[in-house]
Design a protein around this ligand. Structure first.
Ligand SMILES: [Zn+2]
Ligand SMILES: [Zn+2]
Length: 336
């Protein structure tokens, strides 16, 4: 089979690899049919990651189940499934308490799309082995489009987690979104759908701001900190200066969620944070735990994640198109 391999800055190419096989009776083999880059993949392709290439890239897809081990009961060959970005067993203490990104049955940080915590391959591959298939795989609800939901593996479901629990705790909260890619736009969609009274989306790119405005957000190219402005700030830029801006814009006892991936150093305004009384969360997402809730919202019809999909391209376009840093291209194919 082919796996799309990140080989050097701005360059990815197909490399041949052995077809994966079932290694236990709880494994499955799946074939991605709609796959898309996570926002962090553009930083990796630009050379900002901390793992030296070459490695198989990609960790967001909807896939078709090709084969299952004898003990797998939750999916059948032919089913369409969401495949989460991190590897989790579903039964260890961490998994059972929802901390699926911290599964203790696999090496720390085990994931698709980067050789951290073992080598699990990437999701821009023709075939993928899925361990713990019943714990990992979430059937795609009927009626949901695999292209629109290709990001449910990570960015879409992460965006749900960044904003939905806060709006449940603080109905009508005022939300600041400082972003550069798909995560911030998904957050705008979800925040408006779940009743945020005000959403301000900050991004220098006019084409991104146009999508945010279509979701009912106000937008700005850049802002000065607005003291006491927002109950909740979401930062998804990977830039510490932008995180600092978001923190300085919070209301007293406000909450800041950072989507992380701060590969470059910087300083946080700790005195401001102390004086305002803020909570900052910077977390790898336990995405498997809340994929079902995120899919429920998608199925409700209150949101339109397909608006963030910037291009629908053929699987064979991956090596040329992926390094171009398009907003959210989805690469599609049929199972072979
Ligand atoms: Zn990701
Ligand atoms: Zn586990």
């Amino acid at each position: 089979m082919r796996e799309l391999t990140y080989v050097s800055r701005h360059t990815a190419e197909w490399r041949e690899a052995p077809d994966p096989t079932l290694q236990s009776d709880v494994d499955a083999i799946v074939a991605p049919v709609a796959a898309t880059p996570c926002d962090v993949d553009s930083a990796i392709l630009a050379g900002h990651g901390f793992i030296a290439p070459p490695f198989a890239i990609g960790h967001e897809c909807v896939a078709r189940v090709v084969d299952i081990g004898e003990a797998v009961t939750g999916v059948r060959p032919g089913d369409l499934v969401v495949l989460p970005w991190s590897i989790n067993c579903g039964t260890c203490d961490h998994c059972r308490s929802g901390l699926t990104a911290h599964c203790t049955s696999v090496p720390h940080m085990a994931m698709y799309g980067a050789p951290i915590g073992g080598t699990w391959g990437g999701l821009f591959s023709d075939l993928v082995r899925v361990p713990y298939a019943d714990a990992m795989l979430v059937p795609l609800p009927s009626g949901l489009d695999p292209v629109a939901m290709a990001s449910a593996s990570d960015n879409w479901s992460l965006s749900w987690r960044l904003v939905a629990p806060h709006l449940k705790a603080r109905p009508g909260a005022r939300v600041l979104v400082v972003a550069r890619g798909s995560i911030g736009l998904y957050v705008c969609d979800i925040a408006r759908a779940l009743g945020a009274s005000d959403v301000l989306y900050v991004d220098p790119k006019p084409e991104h701001r146009a999508i945010a405005e279509s979701y009912g957000a106000r937008t700005a190219e850049a802002i000065e900190p607005i003291r006491h402005g927002f109950d909740l700030a979401i930062e998804a830029t990977g830039r510490v200066d932008q995180l600092a801006l978001a923190l300085k814009s919070l209301a007293p006892e406000g909450f800041c969620e950072s989507a992380g991936n701060h590969f470059r150093p910087g300083e946080l305004p700790l005195l401001d944070m102390y004086l305002t009384g803020v909570t900052l969360r910077v977390a790898r997402d336990n995405v498997r735990h809340h994929i079902p809730d995120a899919l429920d919202l998608a199925r409700s019809g209150q949101v339109t994640p397909e608006r963030v999909v910037s291009h629908v391209l053929d699987w064979d376009d991956l090596p040329d198109a992926l390094p171009q840093r398009l907003l959210k291209p989805v690469f599609v194919r049929e199972t072979r």
